[in-house]
Design a protein around this ligand. Sequence first.
Ligand SMILES: Cc1cc2nc3c(=O)[nH]c(=O)nc-3n(C[C@H](O)[C@H](O)[C@H](O)COP(=O)(O)OP(=O)(O)OC[C@H]3O[C@@H](n4cnc5c(N)ncnc54)[C@H](O)[C@@H]3O)c2cc1C
Length: 397
Amino acid sequence: MAVDLTPTPDVADLARRTAEFVRDVVVPIEERTGGVARSEDVRIELQRAAKDAGVFAPHVAPEYGGHGLDMRGRAAVFEEAGYSLLGPLALNIAAPDEGNMHMLEAIATDEQKERYLRPLASGEIRSCFAMTEPAPGAGSDPSALTTYAEREEGGWRIEGRKWFITGAEGAGFAICMARTSGKPGEAGGATMFLVDADNPGMKTVRHIDTLDESLYGGHIELVFDNCRVPDDAVLGEVDEGFRYAQVRLGPARMTHCMRWLGIARRAQDIAVARAAEREVFGSRLGDLGMVQQMIADNEIDIAASRGLILQACWELDQGRSGSQSTAIAKTFCAEAVWRVVDRAVQICGSLGISGDVLLGRFLREVRPFRIYDGPSETHRWAIARRVMRRHDAEATR
Ligand SMILES: Cc1cc2nc3c(=O)[nH]c(=O)nc-3n(C[C@H](O)[C@H](O)[C@H](O)COP(=O)(O)OP(=O)(O)OC[C@H]3O[C@@H](n4cnc5c(N)ncnc54)[C@H](O)[C@@H]3O)c2cc1C
């Protein structure tokens, strides 16, 4: 079947305006802050500017103040926003809020949408998604989930420990995944709970010191200790949490790829500008074969990543699960973006290592992407298993 991946005129216009906004407004703030927004003042300044420019919340339905883009539309706009580390925060499409909005739109009740989605979509509050646990709990294998919730009069009591919960510091609420049936190691039995930040049973243990710093609100270790929530805190159906996690994870994988693809393009632009002006051994860097190879390989990685993202987004827009195509795109992009930024550092020489350009910061920010949203090894394992299953099914026909 022919697949047309050309953006519609509306999407192309929004992508162009986003690119201008990022270049003219966000990049100067990024350079001032070193790519890390450390205060609410910076977040509010960025989001107010994005609203004024008419590029805020491109992913959310118009009734919640957004532009209602489908996944292919997001691919074009998010890549432009990702050209700066602070672009996604400005447009309110940064992780984990963007993925949480997507899931709330898909499965929350009308009351939950008013209470959580509406203020999240407007940037009034932020959120976090609490799934991963310290060993031996849930990580690349979600079925190892140990945090549990027990029914009690009028609601539930959650007990457990989570870590690496991005954005938890200052978030208005958490979406917590807890086991409501079965034992750790069993595939089903998880439920999602909406937990308000002022719940005395949800406590911050520590702010984890990490290689990356640009995701707003840090990476936090949380404990759920006698954490009582009412029945209407259940998001979706009881025991269906793992299925709903897929609603969030497939698209969220792709939106991470889109944003980091923007950083890859930025790194390539920095490297090409340097290659055009720097002379060594009587030649411009950009006229030397081995530098040209790095420039060309960067272009190939960027173009291939974009193609894989669009293919997977097209499948998601058709209502398909996209499990294979999103796993392929995520694995390739996470590794390609790292290669592009690393080559850009190499082309720039000592300048690339210095704080005079942001390449060192980009390198630190993109490295964890090969681990979160599924490590490359987990995805390769799942991709290969699907291939083997397909082979076995065809062999028995
Ligand atoms: C910066 C950052 C932000 C994060 N934000 C969040 C968040 O907001 N919310 C949240 O819930 N979690 C978050 N996480 C956690 C993330 O989802 C987990 O790190 C990820 O699922 C991997 O789990 P783990 O770290 O426990 O690694 P483990 O499960 O211990 O895996 C370790 C390594 O084992 C290897 N491996 C895994 N599976 C296989 C396999 N099948 N075959 C071969 N090798 C394999 C891989 O190399 C993997 O890196 C974040 C992590 C990072 C680094």
